[in-house]
Ligand binder design. Sequence first.
Ligand code: HEC
Length: 310
Amino acid sequence: MATAKVDGLASYEAEDAIASRSSRGTLARTAMYVALAAAWIATCGSLYMSEVLGWIPCLWCWYQRIAMYPLAVILAAGLVLRDRNLPKYALCLAIPGALASVYHILLQKVPAFARFESCVVGVPCSADYLNLFGFITIPMLALAAFAIVIVACVIALSVREPAGENYLAYGPLTVLSPAASVGLIVAAIVALFVLSGAMTRSRQPAPSIATSAPAAALPAGASREAAAALYEQACAGCHGPANAGMQLIRAEYLREHSDLEVMALIRAGRSATDPDNFSGKAMPANGGQIGISDEQLAALVHYLREVRGN
Ligand code: HEC
């Protein structure tokens, strides 16, 4: 082939090389904007769960938040500033964050890890509010976000650009500047979560219960099956499955308290420092759930009594 190295062919080869390099630049740029979106969705999603749904983050949730929240800011700033070192900074947060997620998943999914339980006060780390399809939990979602960021950074670091080129010089759609692109992506994600937060809150019933209403007025619609399903969804994360005896719900507590008192306790929760607290862990208000109606709550208390034999 050496004889074929005429000028024309050589310049074609050079053009090909630049084209492939710049398409890799496009890939790297797109990857970093996907990472930005992932970090912002994770940040807003975690705030939605704690601030709107009232789910109290456990210790390991906090470690992951410590990595995720600055990651969202650094990715935005680095893209706006077109800083080619951005992937390196982002990896410094995403790798420890991913490790924290992996440890948290082990705490939840591997019984042998439960004895390393590090949460003395507050929500047990091995409990999970979210268990989609019986499998996907909050730290798994966090791990997915960290993994997206890590993969994007590795792609971006592997790009070799022609001298004087910066793949971060443009936004993902080359018509928009990086600052405009970052602004649009972040604003869209934040707006989505604020809007759904506002909608969720407007559906939330008043937090108090009508103490004058007789608790015996269990509506016909509030079936035992519905109460059992609500227990598994809303309470079993901390209290264990009903057929395992409902840990942390003492039979004598139910015996000594009226339906209304038990309902009021579930509505209000019990902080770890409450004088009545016996386990050193907190029971979140409404079990951390929103939208449990008084009827559902009354049925739930009947169900607790039935299972605990009181
Ligand atoms: C995030 C974990 C968590 C969730 C979710 C949760 N609880 Fe609790 N709950 C606790 C803890 C921890 C205690 C023990 C507090 C203490 O030590 O006094 C408790 C205590 C209670 C008690 C008082 C038991 C007693 O013996 O004093 C009742 C009743 C109760 N929970 C009902 C519920 C119901 C019903 C739900 C679901 C709607 C629920 N909990 C959801 C953590 C939780």
